[in-house]
Every structure is written in C-alpha cells, then in structure tokens.
Design a protein around this ligand. Structure first.
Ligand code: BTN
Length: 259
C-alpha cells in the first residue's frame, strides 16, 4: 500500500457510500467543527488540528499526517444502552486496524486504542444538548515526532511503528474506519448485548489484568473482571469486593496478576 501524505477525498467518498465529507488541511478541532456545523451522518476530516482535544480536558497532539476525524451520529434521546456507544466505537476502530493488517492491538477501557502497552489512538464523544446528536471524534497516530512521548505524557506509539515501518495508506485506513463505524452506528439502535460483549472481549486488553487507579481521592487496586450491561468496568478489589466504575484513568500494574 502507498505511504500517502495527502488525502484523496474523492476516493474516500466513492468507497464509503458517498457520505458528506467536510475536509480541511487544518482546523481547530474536527469535533468542534461538527458540533457547530454538522448534520446527522456528516464527517469532518482534517490533516492537522490547531486545538485538538482529548478526554479529561487534555490537548490532543495533532501533527500533519495523523488521522483526525469526526462523525456526527443521531439517536433517540433516551436510548437505554447509550453508555455503550464509546465501547462500540472502540471495537469498530480495532476491526478497521485489523482490516489494514495490524495485529497485537486492542481497546483499553473505556476509549483508548493500544498497541503493545502503548497508546496509538483515542476517542472523544461529545454532545451539545439532549437532542440525541453526538459527535464522535477519532484520533490515530500514523507517525509521531521523536519528542512525542514527552509532549503526550504517557507511552505512545504510531501505526508506522506498530506496522514495522511497512508502507501503510492513511486514506485506506480512513475508508475502513468510516465503513466499520457506519455499520456499527446503523446497528447501534438495536444493539444485541450478547453479540457486542463477545466482540468487546476479543479486543479488551484489560480483562484479567491487575490494575490501579484513583477514584474520588481513594486508591483502587484489583483485577479486571470485564464490563456490565451499562459498560461499567467491573473490578474484583484486592479486599475481595466486586465494584463497578463508569470512568477511571487506569494504569496497568505490570508486576502483578496476569498482566
Ligand atoms: C483521548 O484519548 O483523549 C481522545 C482523543 C480524541 C482525539 C480526536 S482527533 C479528532 C477529534 N477532534 C478532536 O479535537 N479530538 C478528537
């Protein structure tokens, strides 16, 4: 596959059911743009972002050549399994990375794309009101500058490193991503939890690992059992209690358990 440095938007449109794609060489943030201007189903792609945003208020390092794109989804206001959307998107991204030939990658609950213990991508879901419109932003590192780990503040990697510097096509990966995402978004309204949990378990990198994190000022330490129907992480704590968490910044404890 070619190591393309520029997007061929016509090819992306032709290979993805002709969805409306708004392309920019540079924009503040593809999420911000869609939140302001997007209609249901619209996609925004930008080569670089000047104010890329990550979860928990972090900045997202967005150099030219990486993938920064967002898609606008619309759902019923009170969908019971709404809290599973980010996990479903994580599975779609992992599948698209397999389509391009990557192995040894997975999803770190709730929304990080990992390759061999290092972060390669992330997902940011945002809404502006209760209308059911949600903007799903996806960032994937294709190549990272040498000082990236210092800028990002955690071990990070890129698709080029993960693919052993084999030529990869960013354009083709975006096509795979859009097709996988559109299928999942179309099916999300009638999500079959039993099927979803099987696909989640295929990609979940935390299951069975010993982890720790801070929750409301207290240290939590224990083994990951999986997720529940609401997408909460189930932990068997070191003191033997089963606890459920809707959000947490997890660190894998490399010296314990099966990790
Ligand atoms: C995270 O892991 O913290 C989430 C990162 C999400 C980054 C993407 S890049 C495209 C979209 N636009 C943004 O400003 N953020 C998301």
């Amino acid at each position: 596959m070619p190591n393309d440095k520029t997007y061929d938007i016509d090819q992306i449109v032709a290979s993805t059911n002709g969805r409306k794609i708004h392309y920019f060489d540079s924009v503040d943030s593809t999420n911000t743009w869609l939140l302001k201007h997007g209609q249901c189903g619209d996609i925004c792609i930008s080569d670089t972002q000047t104010s890329g945003r990550g979860r928990r208020g972090n900045a997202w390092v967005s150099p030219s050549g990486n993938i920064h794109f967002s898609i606008c989804g619309c759902f019923e206001k009170n969908l019971a399994h709404w809290s599973l959307l980010g996990l479903v998107i994580g599975v779609a991204i992992a599948e698209a990375l397999s389509d391009i030939g990557l192995t040894n990658h997975g999803v770190k609950w709730p929304n990080d794309i990992f390759w061999e213990q290092k972060k390669m991508g992330g997902i940011l879901l945002e809404t502006i009101d209760q209308s059911g419109k949600v903007v799903i932003g996806i960032g994937i590192n294709i190549n990272l500058p040498d000082n990236a780990n210092k800028m990002i503040g955690q071990p990070s990697t890129s698709l080029e490193e993960a693919m052993g510097h084999k030529e990869t096509s960013r354009n083709q990966l975006v096509v795979y991503l859009i097709n996988r995402l559109q299928k999942k978004l179309n099916e999300f309204k009638c999500l079959n939890f039993e099927q979803f949990i099987k696909s989640w378990q295929t990609w979940d990198i935390l299951q069975g690992k010993h982890i720790n994190f801070n929750h409301q000022g207290l240290k939590v330490s224990g083994e990951v059992m999986g997720i529940d129907k609401m997408g909460r992480l189930e932990i068997l704590t070191d003191s033997g209690e089963h606890r459920f968490y809707s959000s947490a910044d997890i660190k894998i404890n490399k010296n314990r358990g099966h990790g």
